[in-house]
Ligand binder design. Structure first.
Ligand SMILES: Cc1cc2nc3c(=O)[nH]c(=O)nc-3n(C[C@H](O)[C@H](O)[C@H](O)COP(=O)(O)OP(=O)(O)OC[C@H]3O[C@@H](n4cnc5c(N)ncnc54)[C@H](O)[C@@H]3O)c2cc1C
Length: 635
C-alpha cells in the first residue's frame, strides 16, 4: 500500500458507460438481476428475486449489512401481527394506515400506503420465515428505545395528540430479539437466507457506474473489486472503523482512508450484464458531507449515523442516467431525550425562550421542530428534583448504556446551573419576560389549571416554580450532545415496481431502486422502524418486479391494491460488447467538472451527473430547498 498522501474518498458514481454494439463477449459475468448493495433492502430484493427463480448477483462495496446491520433492528409493523396478538395488543391495517397517513403526509400515494399496511403482517411473517427473531414482550412505558426486557413498543407518536385522535394507538415497533442494538440479528439471518436461496454475492465490490445502451436502457454495471488478501484487510479496517467511530471519530476517519487507499490501489475493474434489471440498494448519503452541506445545510452540524458507504453512490448512479430525486433535503435528526424520562418531564425552549413541542414526542419529531422551525436550538431545562430523578433513572438496568451514558455526560459536563429564572435568562440569553411567561404557562398546565398547548399529558409534567434550574444545550450544534442524523430522500420510483423515474414521469428501463436509495414510506418523516420496514417493502417490490422483468410504460397501469400483472417485458438488445473506444461520452465537460471538484477535495459533483452529461449548460440543481446557511447562536 502506498504511504504518504491522504487517500481521498472515491467518487460515489461515475458517468455511465454507453455501449453501442451487441455481441456479448466482453462481460465478466451476467445475471437476471444485479443488485447494488447487500444491506437491508438489497438482501430483501435478492430473496424476493430468487423466489421468482431469477439468477441473482449482489455486489457490495464492503461486506454487506450496511446501516441495517448496525441499526436498532426495529421494524415498524402492525395491522394485527402475531407478535402484537401475543402481547394482547389490538390493531388493524386501517388504524395503522390512519396513523401513518398523519406521519408520512402524502409522501407515497394512498394506495401504496394502504398496500404497505396491508402487507405488514405478511412481511413480518416472511422475515420470520427467513430467521429474523421477534418477541411479543410489550414495553409498559414510553421510551425512545426499550431495555433488553422488551421487544414490542410504541416506537412513534401513536399515543399523542393529534395522532391518537385519528387512529387507535397501537405499539408497532417490533425490535429484533437481541441485546443492545440488535441490527445484526435482523440482518444476518437475511444474509444467510439469501446465500441459501442461491443468490450469488460478491463482496468488496464497489459499483462505480451503470452501463447503458444508446436508448438509456440500463444493461448492467461496472464495478471495482478488491483483489486477494487486500479484501480481508479492507473488511477488517472497515469493521474496526464502525466499532470505534462513536468513541474516536478521528481514528475512524483514518481507518476509512486506509480503506479508500486499498480500493484505489488493489481493485480490478469488472462488468456484469443484467438481463432483466439493476436494483440500486446502496443506502443513504449522510456520510457524503459535501452533499449534506449543499442539499440540507441546516443539518450539517448533526452527527452522521450510518456507515462510510452511505455516500450517496446509489442515488448518484440513478441520477447519472436521468433518474429524478425528491425529498433529498429531508434528514431525520434524532433528538432523543427520553430516557431518562425526567428530561422529557422538563421543557425544551428555543432562543426566544418559548416552548415548541411536547417533549415526550418521538425524537425525530423533536429534531424536525428543532431544526426546521427553531434554528436548530433546543435548550433543555430541568430543576433540581428532575435532575435527581434523571440520575436515578440512569442507573444500570433502567435504560440501555447508549442512552444512560450520554444522559449522564450531559448532566455532568453539559449543564449550566442558575439559581433563579433571572439568572437562567441571562445564561441562555433569552428575554426574561418571555421566559417567565413560558414557565408560568408550563407550571399552570402541570398543576392542571390549564391544558398544555402542546397536548402534553399532565401526569408527565412537573411544575418548576423554584430554582436552581439546570439547562442542557441539546441543539443540533451542541458538541457535547451530538444529534444523530440520517438521510431519507432518494430516487423517485414507480410505486408499483420500484422502477426509477425520469423527470418527465417515464421510467428508466432496467433500473430499480429500494431502501434509502428510493423515495419511500419513511422519506417524509421517520419513526423508529419505518426505514427498515420500507427496506423490506421496497426491496421485495423491486426484487419481484425486476425478476419478472416488469416495466410499466404508462401511468395507466394497475395500482398495487388491484394487483400487479406483468404488462410488458422490454425487448433487450442482445449483449453489447464493451470496448473503451466504443464508450460514448456525450460531454467531456462533465468529467472536467467532476475532476476539478475532486481536486478541490469534494467527492460530490455540484451538478447532478445526468444534468452535467446531458445538458452541460443547463440548470444545475434538482433540489431547490435548504440554501441559506445557519445564523450563529449568540451564546
Ligand atoms: C445506529 C443506527 C440505528 C438505526 N436504527 C434503526 C431502526 O431501529 N429501525 C429503522 O427502521 N431504521 C433504523 N436506522 C436506519 C436504517 O438502519 C437505515 O435507514 C436502513 O437500514 C438503510 O437500509 P438500506 O438497505 O437502504 O442501506 P444499507 O443497509 O446501508 O445497505 C447499503 C449497502 O450498500 C453497499 N454499498 C454502498 N455503495 C455501494 C456501491 N457503490 N457498490 C456496491 N455496494 C454499495 C453498502 O456497503 C451497504 O452494505 C438506524 C440507523 C443507524 C445507523
Amino acid at each position: 500500500m502506498s504511504k504518504g498522501k491522504k487517500a481521498r474518498a472515491p467518487k460515489p458514481a461515475e458517468p455511465p458507460l454507453v455501449v453501442t454494439q451487441s455481441n456479448g463477449r466482453s462481460w465478466d459475468d451476467e445475471a437476471d438481476v444485479v443488485i447494488v448493495g447487500f444491506g437491508g433492502a438489497g438482501a430483501c430484493a435478492a430473496l424476493e428475486a430468487r423466489a421468482h427463480r431469477a439468477d441473482v448477483l449482489v455486489l457490495d462495496r464492503f461486506h454487506g449489512g450496511g446501516a441495517t446491520a448496525i441499526s436498532g433492528g426495529v421494524l415498524y409493523a402492525g395491522g394485527g401481527t402475531h407478535i402484537q396478538k401475543e402481547a394482547g395488543v389490538e390493531d388493524d391495517p386501517e388504524a395503522m394506515f390512519r396513523y401513518l397517513s398523519q406521519e408520512v403526509k402524502g409522501v407515497v400515494s394512498e394506495d401504496t400506503l394502504r398496500d404497505f399496511c396491508n402487507k405488514s403482517v405478511e412481511n413480518l411473517g416472511w422475515l420470520e420465515q427467513h430467521g429474523v427473531p421477534f418477541e411479543g414482550s410489550l414495553c409498559p412505558y414510553k421510551t425512545s428505545y426499550p431495555t433488553d426486557d422488551y421487544y414490542l413498543y410504541y416506537s412513534g407518536n401513536e399515543g399523542f395528540a393529534p395522532y391518537k385522535d385519528v387512529a387507535k394507538p397501537a405499539p408497532r415497533g417490533h425490535r429484533a430479539k437481541g441485546t443492545g442494538l440488535p441490527g445484526a440479528n435482523f440482518y444476518e439471518p437475511l444474509r444467510k437466507a439469501a446465500h441459501r436461496a442461491g443468490a450469488r454475492v460478491e463482496y468488496e465490490a464497489r459499483v462505480t457506474r451503470l452501463v447503458i445502451d444508446s436508448k438509456n436502457q440500463v444493461l448492467g454495471v461496472e464495478y471495482r473489486q478488491i483483489e486477494g488478501l487486500w479484501s480481508k484487510l479492507h473488511r477488517k479496517l472497515h469493521e474496526a472503523g464502525i466499532a470505534v467511530v462513536k468513541y474516536n471519530p478521528k481514528l475512524a476517519a483514518k481507518l476509512r482512508e486506509r480503506c479508500f487507499r486499498i480500493e484505489a490501489d488493489h481493485s480490478a475493474v469488472k462488468r456484469v450484464r443484467a438481463r432483466n434489471g439493476v436494483i440500486l440498494a446502496a443506502g443513504g448519503f449522510i456520510y457524503n458531507r459535501e452533499m449534506v452541506k449543499e442539499i440540507a445545510p441546516q443539518y450539517r452540524t448533526g452527527m452522521p449515523l450510518g456507515t462510510a458507504s452511505d455516500n450517496g453512490s446509489g442515488i448518484l448512479l440513478g441520477q447519472s442516467v436521468g433518474g429524478k430525486t425528491d425529498l433529498m433535503s429531508r434528514i431525520s435528526a434524532w433528538r432523543f431525550i427520553n430516557p431518562p424520562e425526567a428530561f422529557a418531564k422538563g421543557m425544551i425552549i428555543n432562543q426566544k425562550g418559548e416552548r415548541y413541542i411536547n417533549e415526550f414526542m418521538y425524537g425525530a419529531a423533536v429534531g424536525e421542530a428543532m431544526v426546521e422551525q427553531n434554528d436548530g436550538v433546543a435548550l433543555l431545562i430541568i430543576d433540581a428534583d428532575l435532575r435527581k430523578l434523571a440520575r436515578e433513572q440512569c442507573k444500570p438496568g433502567k435504560a440501555q448504556w447508549f442512552q444512560r451514558a450520554p444522559a449522564l455526560l450531559n448532566l455532568w459536563f453539559n449543564s449550566k446551573e442558575a439559581k433563579s429564572l433571572e439568572e437562567l435568562a441571562k445564561i441562555i440569553e433569552v428575554p426574561i419576560e418571555t421566559l417567565r411567561k413560558t414557565f408560568d404557562e408550563y407550571n399552570d398546565a402541570a398543576d392542571g389549571k390549564i391544558a398544555d398547548r402542546f397536548g402534553k399529558d399532565r401526569a408527565k409534567m412537573h411544575a418548576m416554580r423554584e430554582g436552581p434550574y439546570f439547562v442542557i444545550d441539546a441543539g443540533i450544534r451542541s458538541k457535547r450532545f451530538p444529534c444523530p442524523t440520517l438521510t431519507l430522500g432518494g430516487l423517485v420510483v414507480d410505486e408499483r415496481t420500484g422502477q426509477v423515474k425520469r423527470e418527465d414521469g417515464g421510467v428508466i428501463p432496467g433500473l430499480y431502486a429500494a431502501g434509502r436509495n428510493a423515495v419511500g414510506v419513511c422519506s417524509r418523516q421517520y419513526v423508529s422502524g419505518l426505514s427498515i420496514a420500507d427496506c423490506v417493502y421496497s426491496g421485495r417490490r423491486a426484487g419481484g418486479a425486476a425478476a419478472r422483468g416488469e416495466v410499466y410504460a404508462t401511468h395507466a397501469a394497475p395500482t398495487p391494491t388491484q394487483g400487479t400483472p406483468i404488462q410488458a417485458r422490454l425487448p433487450l438488445e442482445g449483449l453489447p460488447t464493451i470496448r473503451e473506444r466504443q464508450v460514448a461520452d456525450p460531454s467531456p465537460e462533465a468529467h472536467a467538472t467532476t475532476v476539478r471538484r475532486a481536486r478541490n477535495g469534494s467527492a460530490y459533483p455540484r451538478q447532478p451527473l445526468h444534468r452535467s452529461i446531458r445538458r452541460p449548460g443547463g440548470a444545475s440543481r434538482t433540489s431547490q430547498q435548504g440554501r441559506g446557511g445557519l445564523s450563529k447562536r449568540s451564546r
